[in-house]
Design a protein around this ligand. Sequence first.
Ligand SMILES: [Zn+2]
Length: 298
Amino acid sequence: MRTLCADLGGTRLKLAAVENGVVLENEVSPIETNSGMENVLSNLAERCRAMMERHPGEWRGLGIAFPGILDEATRHVIHCSGKYAGADRIDLPEWARAALGLEMKLVNDARAAIIGEINYGSAAGETDAVMLILGTGIGTAAVCQGRVYRGKHGMAGLLGGHFSIAYDNGRRCICGGTGCLEAYAGTWALKELAEDPDYDFARLERDYLAGDAKARRLFDIQTKALGAGAVSLVHAFDAETVIFSGGGSRFSALIEAAERYVLDHAWTPWGKLKFITAAHPEDSVVLGLHSLFVHHVC
Ligand SMILES: [Zn+2]
């Protein structure tokens, strides 16, 4: 069973061919998210056709992940935070049928990541878990009693990055809120806090391990922000497991410090929390998209 899996991100399109949970090919290309949906979709269709030609055989469908709020049941985009303007006016299932002859399924990217990790990745078999994805912002998703949490408006579980962790003199967030987790952790906040547009998790790790004072201060902020956000997610969704993913999760000292914070602060009278870091964070979204056509946890 083979599927095409397209992760339409903030700056990159990741397209993968996945067969029975194995990534056959993973292609990453830059994407102009505001070049108009017609251009985005014609670029996507062209890449899909080329990938299908490189792997001849039967294709079950096309899964698409967007960084936004979606109606996953009717397969329509509702809101994409200023990116992919006009996506809400396009009948994507009809487009996929006409352009590629494939059934299309749609899911939020953070939700795809937790589905992928549970069905095929490092969190195999987990039934009650929350995920924090450390990237430009902090993406989150939740699975409760073996079911992905979606909510009435498709937003449940996704807004952990906008849990307020500092109401008093909190930093202004891009969502309009104050003191959000994302306004302290994640790359966009890290650059602002470091007052350096080139600062990122790799730089933080290098400088921190070298004993740099600024990096130690930023590390402390990141640890507490991620820890406080994860505690709120655990409390909100009755999670037994916290999964870290995204590029920032490769900084193991940061993740371990955040885990210690969570263990010190979370109220879990049922027992001890478990922590998992995705082994291959670059594959979790595409494997989640593949799961939509195969698995029970989705
Ligand atoms: Zn926010």
